[in-house]
Design a protein around this ligand. Structure first.
Ligand code: SF4
Length: 310
């Protein structure tokens, strides 16, 4: 069976099969460690949580927000700063929403929480024409309700469960459909300047979250209760990213890393980089944009105006 001499064979330890349960536990332990590391790094890189913060953890009942809460609770125990975590869910009154699931879960793990009730579902159904996607208005109303609660209760940070793949997908949505380079920042100030929104899962892969949520058996609430279809453009981008990843594993991670390594001097936005000043001698005059656009210089007609090109 083997060409090894008998003495070597005797010296080898007996390979006992690892029981499945223990292997799963080991895998979960490794995954949890990776998630803590990635979330901890994002928090440090973007100064997401500071001493004395009161963090409102937005919990929808989906895998992402359960994972975010779970990992933040783990990090809270060993963090170098003291901060408070409160889980907040908005019950939007979608038909069939199992209102008991989240409070029961949060009580079972002893986490401070609040359940807000606001019937945004009826508003969205009334306002959005039949057949159109509801998500845009729904999210705006949800954001409004959550921001109002945060202001009323003195939360210093609002944590959302968007992950690495959401950040990459949003980047492409903006690129393809809005002609701009921009995405979903890990830390942002709300438009009214009153709230700091953080995304602690910014470095975490969606499939790691899915595996973690499954292993932890979070009581997931399905996200199709409202009956809305996922936005078509987002679906399209998701499919594209999945195909890319299949064809070339690691591509999405490269894109995600590129989002944090931007070189304005190698793009073409004069608002971000002083191209005009590049190599300019001290007092050299700036080009006269009007003259260039009119095809003339110093009032003289240009040799070949754009319209005259054969
Ligand atoms: S899927 Fe439903 S609940 Fe979620 S944002 Fe869209 S409309 Fe709102």
């Amino acid at each position: 069976m083997s060409s090894l001499p008998p003495s070597t064979l005797e010296a080898l330890p007996l390979l006992e099969p690892v029981p499945r349960g223990r292997r799963r536990e080991h895998e979960l332990h490794k995954l949890a460690k990776r998630l803590r590391h990635q979330v901890g790094r994002a928090i440090a890189d973007f100064g997401m949580i500071e001493d004395g913060d009161k963090v409102m953890v937005c919990l929808s009942g989906g895998k992402d927000s359960y994972t975010m809460l779970d990992i933040l609770l783990q990090l809270q125990r060993s963090a170098p700063v003291k901060f408070e975590l409160v889980a907040v869910n908005l019950d939007q009154k979608q038909p069939g929403f199992p209102a008991h699931v989240l409070p029961r879960y949060l009580e079972s793990i002893g986490v401070a929480h609040a359940i807000l009730e606001q019937d945004t579902y009826s508003v969205v159904k009334r306002v959005v024409p039949e057949g159109k996607t509801l998500c845009s208005l729904c999210s705006r109303l949800r954001r409004g309700a959550l921001y109002a609660h945060a202001a009323e209760h003195g939360f210093t940070k609002i944590a959302l469960g968007h992950h690495r793949d959401d950040l990459v997908a949003t980047f492409f949505l903006n690129l393809f459909f809005h002609a701009k380079l921009g995405g979903m920042p890990p830390r942002l100030l709300s438009d009214d300047g009153k709230h700091v929104v953080i995304r602690p899962l910014a470095y975490v892969r969606e499939d790691d979250i899915a595996a973690y949520a499954e292993a932890k058996q979070f009581p997931i609430i399905p996200c199709n209760l409202c009956g809305s279809q996922e936005n078509l453009q987002r679906k399209q981008v998701k499919r594209m990213l999945e195909a890319w990843e299949k064809e070339s594993p690691g591509r999405v991670e490269n894109i995600a890393r590129a989002l944090g390594d931007i070189r304005p001097s190698q793009l073409s936005d004069p608002k971000l980089f002083d191209f005009l000043g590049l190599g300019r001698e001290g007092g050299a005059p700036l080009p006269d944009a009007h003259a260039w656009l009119a095809g003339t210089r110093d009032g003289e007609p240009a040799g070949v105006a754009a319209g005259e090109i054969a």
